[in-house]
Structure formats: structure tokens, C-alpha cells
Design a protein around this ligand. Structure first.
Ligand code: ARG
Length: 565
């Protein structure tokens, strides 16, 4: 609790006691609200919440309390309005808050995550296919959640659980042997892999025996057939090259690339354990874990031919991750379509008595689409992610050129703004909501968009380049736009903590937007450069604090800081 809040709570508690009732300081703190409009003060006590303890009317309590407070230290003014008691902080409180912001250190965040580890499984594409719009959510939400936890002092392990082990890899091998060659692969890369995979699908419709061949090819892989393994490694290398280039554009780095193939030899022990704990049931020859008690369909562990399944591998992988990283949390970012899968195998680990089961978290998100929008390079039903980025960058460039500012590095800025715009759009709504992209809603420099945030950041950076800030903010008494901005900026830590608790990057994107609005109000209504003396220093300091906080928000969201636009 801040000093001023403590003073208020103690005083209220004293008042309640004088009436023969009781309310602790902590209970009072829970009642205090921050008015949405600063004209109503900096803190408010809704007195109707005291009505019952004190057995009197809220407006009476409010005016009596106002009198009881008298001239409390650190407060400019106390007003009883209706059933509310509104507290107005003096400028000393704002100066102190600004000074704290200028330090740009957030020990309260570090205290949250100190010594803890979170493993984050995100992006995790299935190899041999290019990224499409469906991969955007897991990739950028996963990265933002990782950055949120990093900001909270957690040790983070960003893990790419590449889908590199399954019947589809058998299909790719069969298709490659029939219709492709190393030369073709080396020439066309992942496009060639896609071509032959699509071809396999078409041919298998005519000749279903191809599917048997694919299963046999996968079994060969599992049995360690060196020729097949070599082809598979080539597929994997080509895919990783492609993915790494996209991650580079997004500024995302993974700590570990542990694909599904890594866990093959770790599954038998899990299957044995399930059997020993008498959790396996045989159903039509397959081995399952019955989850009817939790109103879920059974978790499939082994097919009737003895081969393992997606849940089996996830259980083995989680067990391995716990042993390797001793995580405090292990989170998985996937579309909401996989929610049942995660609920099922999480439950199985609980039934196995794994102590870490309670630390598994699924982070689902809604679908992302480009409804109604024409995308120049749309191929069939698939919207490739790199095409979305290219188009966004081209459009950002056109807007920047229209602004007619002379920049030497237009390419770099357009790339940062175009990609940042798409990333921000994907993080702008509560993650479980479906997102429908429109270019207008994504790229406009004035709307609730990424470019608006980057532009405001650049504006603050440019003011600081032009001003002569010496850090001496004196004891100037801030005006409404300034207190509003300080209030907003001071919400940074609690916003990050809430975002961590709810795995919700949109708290950060919305917070960044509200900081931009507050800064732009201030920028338009208060003269900064040339205002002179203490006022100018104060306003430059406020600009510096804004740049710090917006910069941190951009970093968390996974967008580039744009020093000039
Ligand atoms: N490869 C999967 C897919 O593309 C996502 C993997 C998510 N992570 C996991 N541990 N199951 O749908």
C-alpha cells in the first residue's frame, strides 16, 4: 500500500472504531476505488459499503468522515459527494510517483517471479508446411506471455515442440520417394514439400493403399531405418530454415527446439506407469484412460496396433520437462480447438499422482481470420503468414511515404510498423475472442492500433531528442493532463501482474493504448519544448517516463521500438 493510502485507511478505521464498530485498514483498502475521471479525485470511498456496519445513511457517513479527516497530510482536498468520499492527492504525491517512474525499476514485479521457472510451449508447427494465419496466434501470444513472465522476474524456457513425428511424416517420405528428388527439394525448399504432400492427398483418394505405405514408412522411421531417417532430417532442416526466417522477422527466439520425435523413447515408461497404477483400460483393442467421472471422453494412450498417440506423447514430454527444468509452471499456447485434449491429459497426470500436474496450464485462443478482406496473394483457402507480413509492410510503407517525411531507413521502419501492426492486432482483444483482421483496423495511425502505439513512442523519443532534459523536476504542481498521465503510467506494474495471472497479453496492449491517449492529450494541451524552467523539465521528465513505459510495452508485445516514424 502506498503511504497515502495507508494514512487514509487508518483514519477511516479510527472513525469506524469511534462509532463502536470495527473495520481494519486492510478491509478499508479493499473498499477504495480509483475514480475513472480524475475530476472525482484520486481515490474514492463508496460509503454505502459502510452503511451496514455503521447503521446509517451513506451520504451522512461521507460528510461526517470528511469532517473527521480535517486537513490530512498529503491530501489536497477531501470532498463528500453523494455517498462517496473523494480524496484529492497533493502534488507531492505526483512528484514522488513520477520520480519513481523515472527510475524505471520495478522491484514489485521481480518479487513475483524471483527464483521461479516457466516453460512455455508455443508456435510448435508441424513440419514441412509453411506458416499460415492459423499459426499467428500461438506464435505471438506465446511470445508475449513469455515476455510478461520475463518482466515479472521468471526464468522462462521458450520451447518449440515441433510436430516432427507422426504418420504425416510417413506420407511425406512416400511422396518424396515417388514424386520428388533431393535436387528438387534443395531448389524449391518447403514449397516442394507442400507440393508433394498435397499430391499425396489427391493420389491417396484414388489409391488408398498409399496410406498403408505411409504407415509402414513411419514404422520404418520408428525402427530407425537410416535411409528414412536421413530423408526425414532433410525435411526437418528445410522446415526449420523456413521457420527461423519468420521468427527472425518477428524477433522471436526459442531456447529449445524439442520436437515430438525427442519423446519417442520416453513413452514406454509412461505407458508402463499407467498400467502399474491400473489406470489403463482395454477398449476395442486400444488402451485408454477412462475419464467419464469428469464427463470427458477417454484419453487414448495406445492404438490397437500398439502405436502411441498425441496425448501419450504430451504426457511423456511434460514428465521429461519437469525432470529437466523443475518448472513452477508449464504452459501450452494453442487454439481453443485443442482445449479438450489438454483437459484430458492434464487429468491423466493428476490421476497418476504427478505433483506437477497442478502446474500445467493451457492457454487457448480464438480463431484469426481475414474475413471479407482481399489478400492479394491468397492461395486457395490458406493465407500464408509471410504474405500477410509482406502486404502489411507494403501498406505501412505507402502510409509513411504519404507522410512525406525524409527518412534514410524507410525499409526498416516499414518492416517494424507493418509487422508490429499485425502482431498488435493479434494481441489487441481478449485472446479467447475471435479476431477478424481488416487492413484499416490494423494499420491506421489514429485508431487503436500498433502503429498508433509505435507512433506515440516515436513522438516521445523525438521530443526528448529535441529537448534539454536535465532530470531536475523541482516541485512544480501538475495540471490535470499531467496527473492523469502519471496516474496511467503508474498502473504499469499492476497491469503486468494481472496479465501474468490471466495469461492475457491484451491487458498490456490496452494499457499501452490508454497511455498513448493520455500522452497525446498532454502533448496537445500542454506546451513542452520552450515552456521553460521547472515546467519544461517536468514535462520532459513526463515524456521520458512515457517513453520508458511504452518501450517496455512494445518489448513485451514483441514489437520493435521505433525511435522515429
Ligand atoms: N503441433 C501442434 C499443432 O500444430 C501443436 C502442439 C502444441 N503443443 C503440445 N505440447 N501439444 O497443432
Amino acid at each position: 500500500m502506498s503511504d497515502i493510502k495507508t494514512t487514509i485507511c487508518e483514519k477511516v478505521s479510527e472513525y469506524v472504531a469511534s462509532k463502536g464498530a470495527s473495520l481494519t485498514s486492510e478491509e478499508c483498502a479493499a473498499l477504495l476505488e480509483t475514480p475513472s475521471d480524475s475530476k472525482l479525485g484520486d481515490l474514492a470511498l463508496p460509503c454505502f459499503k459502510l452503511s451496514r456496519v455503521l447503521r446509517s445513511r451513506p451520504d451522512g457517513i461521507a460528510s461526517e468522515l470528511a469532517e473527521f479527516f480535517g486537513n490530512a497530510e498529503g491530501l489536497d482536498k477531501i470532498e463528500a459527494v453523494g455517498g462517496y468520499l473523494n480524496f484529492f492527492f497533493g502534488s507531492a504525491k505526483y512528484i514522488a510517483d513520477l520520480q519513481k517512474l523515472l527510475k524505471d525499476e520495478y522491484p514489485e514485479l521481480h518479487a513475483f517471479g524471483e527464483g521461479k521457472t516457466i516453460v512455455l510451449d508455443f508456435s510448435s508447427p508441424n513440419i514441412a508446411k509453411r506458416f499460415h494465419l492459423g499459426h499467428l496466434g500461438t506464435t505471438v501470444i506465446g511470445n508475449a506471455v513469455r515476455n510478461i513472465y520475463k518482466a515479472c522476474g521468471y526464468k522462462t524456457v521458450a520451447l518449440n515442440y515441433l510436430g516432427d513425428w507422426g504418420t504425416q511424416n510417413g506420407k511425406q517420405i512416400v511422396a518424396y520417394k515417388k514424386w520428388s528428388s533431393r535436387e528438387q527439394l534443395e531448389r524449391d525448399g518447403i514449397k516442394e514439400l507442400e507440393r508433394i504432400y498435397v499430391m499425396f492427398g489427391k493420389e491417396a483418394e484414388k489409391d488408398p493403399s498409399l496410406n498403408d505405405q505411409a504407415r509402414a514408412a513411419f514404422r520404418e522411421l520408428e525402427n530407425g531405418n537410416e535411409e528414412y531417417l536421413e530423408i526425414w532430417r532433410l525435411f526437418k532442416d528445410i522446415s526449420m530454415r523456413e521457420y527461423t526466417a519468420t521468427y527472425k522477422r518477428l524477433g522471436i527466439e526459442f531456447d529449445v527446439w524439442d520436437g515430438e520425435s525427442l519423446y519417442t523413447d520416453k513413452m514406454p515408461a509412461i505407458v508402463d506407469e499407467l498400467r502399474e497404477k491400473e489406470l489403463l483400460k482395454i477398449d476395442n483393442g486400444a488402451s485408454i484412460v477412462d475419464l467419464s467421472e469428469w464427463k470427458m471422453p477417454p484419453a487414448l494412450i495406445l492404438k490397437s496396433d500398439g502405436s502411441t498417440l498425441y496425448p501419450t506423447r504430451d504426457i511423456a514430454a511434460a514428465n521429461y520437462r519437469y525432470n529437466t527444468y523443475k518448472f513452477d509452471k508449464c504452459a501450452y499456447v494453442t487454439s481453443a480447438g485443442q482445449s479438450l485434449h489438454f483437459a484430458q491429459w492434464f487429468k491423466v497426470t493428476e490421476m497418476m499422482g504427478k505433483e506437477w500436474s497442478k502446474d500445467l496450464v493451457h492457454i487457448p485462443y480464438g480463431t484469426m481470420s481475414f474475413g471479407g478482406e482481399k489478400l492479394a496473394s491468397r492461395t486457395g483457402n490458406i493465407i500464408l503468414l509471410n504474405d500477410v507480413f509482406d502486404e502489411a509492410v507494403a501498406k505501412a510503407r505507402a502510409i509513411i511515404e504519404e507522410k512525406n517525411v525524409a527518412h534514410e531507413n524507410k525499409d526498416e521502419i516499414s518492416e517494424a510498423v507493418g509487422i508490429g501492426a499485425v502482431v498488435f492486432s493479434a494481441l489487441a482483444n481478449g485472446r479467447i475472442k475471435d479476431t477478424n483482421f481488416t487492413w484499416e483496423g490494423t494499420l491506421s495511425f489514429e485508431g487503436n492500433t500498433g502503429p498508433y502505439v509505435q507512433y506515440t513512442y516515436a513522438r516521445a523519443a523525438s521530443v526528448l531528442r529535441r529537448g534539454e532534459y536535465n532530470g531536475d523536476i523541482g516541485s512544480y504542481a501538475p495540471v490535470a493532463e499531467e496527473t492523469e498521465l502519471i496516474r496511467k503510467l503508474s498502473e504499469f506494474s499492476e497491469t503486468v501482474l494481472r496479465a501474468a495471472n490471466d495469461y492475457e497479453p491484451s491487458y498490456i496492449s490496452r494499457f499501452a493504448l490508454s497511455v498513448c491517449t493520455a500522452y497525446n492529450q498532454f502533448y496537445h494541451n500542454c506546451r513542452i519544448l520552450g515552456s521553460g524552467g521547472e515546467i519544461e523539465q517536468f514535462r520532459l521528465a513526463l515524456t521520458a517516463a512515457t517513453r520508458n513505459i511504452l518501450g517496455r510495452c512494445l518489448d513485451i508485445l514483441g514489437m520493435k521500438r521505433t525511435e522515429a516514424i
